[in-house]
Ligand binder design. Structure first.
Ligand SMILES: Cc1cc2nc3c(=O)[nH]c(=O)nc-3n(C[C@H](O)[C@H](O)[C@H](O)COP(=O)(O)OP(=O)(O)OC[C@H]3O[C@@H](n4cnc5c(N)ncnc54)[C@H](O)[C@@H]3O)c2cc1C
Length: 419
């Protein structure tokens, strides 16, 4: 019996473990809802996205004659039940660093076979950057794994394994749900890619353009609703030079994920980010993230930098932002939180990325009637105290006037040069 263990790979297309398992015999597609995973840095909005993805995945499996299974509890518990029910079973899975060690340990201890695939082709950690890049491109050119036409399904299963997704809705996951934004699922990922291919890879200069022109594919990539290879092949097919930089970004993502080291953190180490700071661009960016679960790269760097200037520690920033952005991937996220060292002046940044204040007015209701002249520094507005908006939480002019910060500010180079 072949168990295909799903985690951050919630799709049918280009799914190597699934294709391999189906070639070998009967298949149990399985998603284990581990309560411990959902009380860490992931929140209800991620769970919501995952449940949406699982709804589509389950439907697609059933259309092909199969049954999709859910287990609520630890992975090890699920494996134990499978062992007691079936005796021998084989697990097919993608290598997910956040839990791979546990899977290997359990399967080895019980002498059971495990077949692991890497998401980007190569699992060799000691490759040089140049060699990794070459191998990555080679893998991206290879044919994608085909979508299974039929699922050779099992007829009997343990009673603690569910086939109804409703069972999973009872889990209490902390956090704030998404009100408007990206919905999980393979079909939504394909639609998002199709829309991006039509828009073309234009370089955004303002915040509104960043929201309009970038792909917003990251949550779909993080939760595996689409494979990176699928995206790269679709971009290459368009033969547009502008898409080359998007392919470079995808390579960068894989490189960061491969090299990054995520440290364990204790729940007690964190403090909450202030809900309102009186810094218009920061409040606007955060309200946008709270509403939609997504924001562009440059804004993320600015958010981290501004919270640091307010005095928030990195581990709290890490935890609080992880819970808000839908594409939260521990490897990528920790890397950026630890590498964002630039000091970004809130007022200069605001004027640069949102020159007319449109983004601020849309996302900070208290400032919706403030004119262009004062929108970036509303505390200078003569009617400021009638606005129901607080003064900045820090003295911006003093904090950013310190020689150390001044020497770090570089307005023309707002993005990290990592490529
Ligand atoms: C503090 C901070 C935290 C971040 N945390 C995450 C995270 O948890 N998960 C995550 O996926 N990204 C993270 N990023 C990277 C980046 O901001 C997002 O991947 C990007 O904004 C996603 O938007 P998009 O899909 O429209 O990207 P596009 O510009 O359309 O690019 C296409 C894809 O390329 C990859 N990509 C693009 N830019 C980068 C980049 N600079 N670094 C790495 N990959 C990139 C993403 O997978 C993205 O979906 C973080 C950045 C910062 C500064």
């Amino acid at each position: 019996m072949n168990v295909v263990l799903f985690h951050r790979d919630l799709r049918l297309r280009d799914h190597l473990p699934l294709s391999a398992a189906i070639r070998t015999g009967t298949v149990m597609p399985l998603y284990v809802v581990e309560p411990s995973f959902w009380t860490g840095n992931c929140s209800i909005r991620h769970y919501q996205f995952v449940l949406e993805s699982l709804t589509q995945l389950k439907e697609q499996v059933e259309e092909r004659g199969g049954t999709f299974f859910f287990f609520i509890g630890d992975l090890e518990e699920a494996f134990q039940v499978l062992l007691e029910t079936y005796g021998v079973f084989r697990v097919f899975t993608y290598l997910e660093r956040e839990r791979h060690g546990r899977i290997v340990q359990w399967m080895n201890k019980h002498g059971l076979p495990l077949t692991t695939f890497s998401k980007e082709g190569s699992v060799e950690v000691e490759l040089s950057d140049r060699r990794y890049r070459e191998k990555w491109h080679e893998y991206m050119e290879e044919e994608q794994a085909s979508v299974p036409e039929m699922f050779p399904s099992i007829n009997e299963w343990p009673s603690s394994f569910h086939t109804d997704l409703d069972e999973c809705h009872s889990l209490k996951v902390p956090g704030e749900k998404i009100r408007f934004g990206l919905e999980g699922g393979e079909l939504n990922a394909l639609d998002t890619l199709a829309t991006f291919l039509q828009k073309g890879g234009e370089k955004p200069s303002t915040m509104m353009e960043a929201i309009r022109f970038t792909s917003q594919l990251s949550p779909y990539i993080t939760w595996g609703n689409i494979s990176i290879r699928h995206i790269v092949q679709a971009l290459r097919e368009k033969k547009e030079i502008a898409f080359n930089s998007v392919i470079d970004s995808l390579l960068l993502r894989c490189k960061i994920a491969r090299n990054s080291v995520v440290s364990e953190e204790k729940e007690t180490d964190h403090s909450l980010l202030p809900t309102i700071t009186g810094i218009p661009i920061l409040d606007a960016m955060m309200n946008y993230v709270k509403k939609t679960g997504w924001i562009d790269q440059r804004s993320r760097e600015a958010i981290v930098s501004m919270y640091q200037a307010i005095g928030m520690d990195k581990s709290s920033i890490n935890r609080e932002l992880a819970r808000l952005w839908l594409d939260y991937d521990p490897n990528i996220h920790s890397f950026y939180i630890n590498s964002c060292k630039k000091s970004i002046h809130p007022v200069s940044f605001s004027k640069k990325v949102d020159p007319k204040g449109t983004f601020i007015r849309r996302n900070v209701p208290q400032l919706k009637d403030v004119s262009e002249k004062y929108i970036h520094e509303p505390w200078l507005y003569p009617g400021f105290f009638q606005l129901d908006y607080p003064a900045p939480i820090i003295d911006i002019y003093r904090v950013y006037a310190s020689p150390k910060r001044q020497s770090q500010v570089n307005e023309d180079q707002l993005t990290l040069d990592l490529k």
